[in-house]
Design a protein around this ligand. Structure first.
Ligand code: CAA
Length: 283
């Protein structure tokens, strides 16, 4: 399978990063969102992040201009369907993801590979609702996408080998490294990382430490680049809670119980950096 064009559905935090790295690697990218303003914001951010790479001499100014020229934005699913590979990178809600694949269905090319950047939802279940479960894969990037070198590739029960290999080829062309994961709740990275974050929220909830001391402890005591609460704000507290719920429901083990304080912050709309308030105040 020769992959040349990539459709990205969802222009948020992950979607714009995925469009960015795909365009730098030479793919023609169509970036889709139902919200026109989200598309404008995404293009502004991609340009800013590309500029940052130029100033750090990671890419040349010519490569930046060529990458920007390879990205087109669209609110129309009909333009996304014919791409060789589609990456769904919408919000972490299963019903929304099913709806996106349903609205893509009439426009899909016969060989289009469908993938989801879901951070925790069953690939087998998402694939089963499409007409091509054998050409469906989990394609999970880490945030910030231009910086993080890992992509988790998750096979659903029906995913075929050519689909896996085609996606592995894309990961290699991006200059990133793949980790293959089986389709169980939250896969590898989030199965380990998000319960650690949830435990940090419990540590705060129980008064063991305050926000800064918890983060300082893990940065200086475990050499993590960000403290767990800072990282939660960075990922989005709604995403962290959604992942804990997938683990709790899917593995039926109380050790995955979301911390009530995490739930409370999400109910308050304090979702971290994206709403300018989470464990830290960004206003
Ligand atoms: N686009 C392009 N480049 C970027 C960037 C972006 N969005 N964000 C940062 N960078 C670059 C910077 O330009 C800089 O480049 P150089 O090394 O060439 O100087 C480099 O990344 C480091 O950035 P900064 O100097 O600004 O800041 P930093 O040293 O504090 O690092 C960080 C920032 C890379 C985000 C670092 O704090 C880090 O690695 N944090 C942990 C991130 C992490 O754990 N991500 C995984 C989250 S889990 C996930 O994503 C899975 C999920 O499903 C929830």
């Amino acid at each position: 399978m020769d992959i040349r064009s990539i459709g990205v559905v969802g222009a948020g935090q992950m979607g714009n990063g995925i469009a960015h790295v795909m365009a730098v690697a030479g793919y023609e990218v169509k970036l889709n969102d139902i919200d026109g303003e989200a598309l404008e914001r995404a293009m502004t951010l991609i340009a800013k992040n590309l500029d940052r790479q130029v100033s750090r001499e990671k890419i040349t100014a010519e490569a930046r201009d060529a990458a920007l020229a390879r990205i087109t934005t669209t609110q129309d699913m009909a333009e996304i369907g014919p791409c060789d590979l589609v990456i769904e990178a919408a919000t972490e809600q299963e019903a929304i993801k099913h709806k996106i694949f349903e609205s893509l269905a009439p426009h899909l090319g016969p060989d289009t590979i469908l993938t989801s950047n879901t951070s925790s939802i069953s690939i087998t279940r998402l694939a089963s609702r499409t007409d091509r479960p054998e050409r469906f894969l989990g394609f999970h990037f880490m945030n910030p996408v231009p910086v993080m070198s890992l992509v988790e590739l998750i096979r659903g029960i029906a995913t075929d080998q050519p689909t896996y290999e085609a996606c592995l080829g894309v990961v290699e062309k991006l200059g990133k490294t793949a980790a293959s994961a089986e389709d169980f709740p939250a896969f590898i990275v989030n199965r380990i990382l998000v319960p650690m974050i949830n435990e940090a929220v419990y540590t705060l909830y129980e008064g063991v430490g305050n926000v800064r001391s918890i983060d300082r402890a893990m940065k200086l005591g475990a050499n993590h680049p960000m403290g767990p609460l800072e990282l939660a704000d960075f990922i989005g507290l709604d995403t962290c809670l959604a992942i804990m719920n997938v683990l709790h429901d899917g593995l039926a083990d109380t050790k995955y119980r979301p911390c009530p304080l995490l739930t409370k912050y999400v109910e308050a709309g304090w979702l971290g950096r994206k709403t300018k308030r989470g464990f830290y105040d960004y206003r």
